[in-house]
Design a protein around this ligand. Structure first.
Ligand code: HAM
Length: 429
């Protein structure tokens, strides 16, 4: 027999045992976003390649070496989206969502990057992204950051740090870039191969290098924050004042430059030590030039995206069991004998009508009491509801607690089962 197929490297299945945690995360994010007035936008997974080269930047790692790009049957160059900001901006321009109005939007779904897979870094990964358009002041930057801080609190995530920086206007950044190139050129011999290459392509990214051998040369490099234009400086000062007033703690990280070219002014990342090397769970910033660059009117924009695989991994370190038990069935229905098979299905359907919240798993596939009880235990259910020959003869149903401290087995008339379950399971319906 040949070996069964396997998924593509870096592209993961999310199995039923894991999906409860994902659903809890997604539901909480949706609730918080709705509370702040953000509306969902659903975007295609595939866009024209040029959208990404123009927005993310020709000489970024993403565009240079990580995109899944292919020619469709027409010969058009298309790309599986490596991120959502470009597609969201494209959609807003295409549908005129930015004419004399502001927008607060979010999207969720898979993104694709041909990166070297490792823990927390995948080739297909999932983001929830949030974008706000038409608001130039730092108040919206602060709102987005406050929203993320609230989300971590709601999820019970602690030990995350907010890192903050400003990249200034593009003109100020260009001037700074020249100073930086001059500085690194003078100390070229101390740079590693990657950084030497970046000296001509994307010198700011050298600041982001994780190579500890570069620590000395990086420490003495001119800091972008000391070369901000006055407008960006004011924006940054006001943002800091807003965050301080809201009690949101941050660290200024002058080396935070981000790997996408569209940013200006504010950039931020939420990082944790709990996940090893891939510790950034959420990242974003302001991109006031992007919409114009994509052919639209000059429109300020700011947003972020969080990596769901990393958040799920982080949640598993805080409370591994909570989400899983929330998805276990309340009741496992055991049916033994032909008549019980038939009546059991009808009973299950009636209970579902009466108790929409009830999670009831009906045993299917036959087998005796022993085998069915084994499955019931294995399911994590709170109760087994039992229909056998005795119950069929008496017109009653047995209810057996499967967990300690839930009392004794009882029998009930069929028509009282719903009322009883509602009470013992504390269901609202
Ligand atoms: P990004 O920093 O490239 O930004 O990605 C945002 C987050 O997605 C990261 O912080 C990380 O949690 C997650 N992520 C990125 N790559 C991977 C990967 N290969 N495997 C697992 N998780 C990953 C953006 O994508 C921007 N579009 C964010 C943004 C929105 N800026 C403004 N608006």
């Amino acid at each position: 027999m040949s070996k069964p197929f396997q998924a593509i490297r870096g592209m993961n299945d999310i199995l039923p045992g894991e999906s409860a945690q994902w659903q809890r995360l997604e539901a909480t994010v949706r609730e918080v976003l709705a509370a702040y007035g953000y509306g969902e936008i659903r975007l295609p997974l595939v866009e024209k390649t040029e959208l990404f080269t123009r927005s993310i930047g020709e000489v970024t790692d993403i565009v240079e070496k990580e995109m899944y790009t292919f020619a469709d049957r027409n010969g058009d160059s298309l790309t599986l989206r490596p991120e959502g900001t470009a597609g969201c901006a494209r959609a807003c321009l295409e549908h005129g969502l930015l004419h004399h109005q502001t927008q607060r939007l979010w999207y969720a779904g898979p993104m694709f990057r041909y990166e070297k897979p490792q823990k927390g870094r995948y080739r297909q990964f999932h983001q929830i992204g949030v974008e706000a358009y038409g608001m130039a002041g730092p108040d919206i930057d602060a709102e987005l950051i406050a929203l993320t801080a609230r989300l971590w609190r709601r999820l019970g995530i602690r030990d995350v740090t907010l890192q903050l920086n400003s990249l200034g206007s593009s003109a100020a950044r260009a001037a700074y870039r020249e100073r930086l190139v001059a500085y690194f050129t003078a100390r070229r011999a101390e740079l590693d191969e990657d950084s030497q290459r970046r000296l001509t392509t994307n010198p700011l990214r050298i600041l982001d290098s994780k190579n500890s051998a570069l620590r000395g040369v990086l420490a003495d490099a001119p800091a972008l924050l000391d070369h901000l234009d006055p407008e960006a400086q004011t924006h940054f000062d006001e943002l800091r004042a807003l965050l301080d007033a809201a009690g949101i703690v941050y660290e200024i990280n002058p080396r935070l430059v981000r790997g996408l070219d569209y940013y200006s002014k504010t950039v931020f990342e939420w990082v944790t030590d709990a996940l090893g090397a891939q510790g950034t769970i959420c990242a974003g910033g302001r991109y006031d030039g992007l919409l114009e660059q994509l052919g639209g009117p000059a429109t300020p924009g700011v947003g972020f995206a969080m990596g769901l695989e990393r958040l799920v991994a982080l949640l598993a370190t805080t409370d591994p069991s909570a989400a899983e038990s929330a998805a276990n069935p309340h009741v496992y229905l055991i049916r033994v004998g032909d008549a019980a098979q038939r009546d059991g299905l009808a009973l299950a359907e009636r209970l579902r009508d009466q108790l929409p919240e009830l999670r009831l798993r009906m045993h299917c596939g036959g087998g005796g009491f022993k085998a069915q009880f084994r499955r019931a235990d294995h399911s994590g259910a709170h109760y087994a509801l039992i229909l056998g020959d005795d119950e069929m003869a008496s017109g009653r149903v047995a209810l057996k607690p499967l967990r300690a401290a839930q009392g004794e087995q009882i029998t009930l008339p069929r028509e009282q089962v719903a009322v009883h379950l509602r009470a013992v399971l504390d269901l609202t319906a």
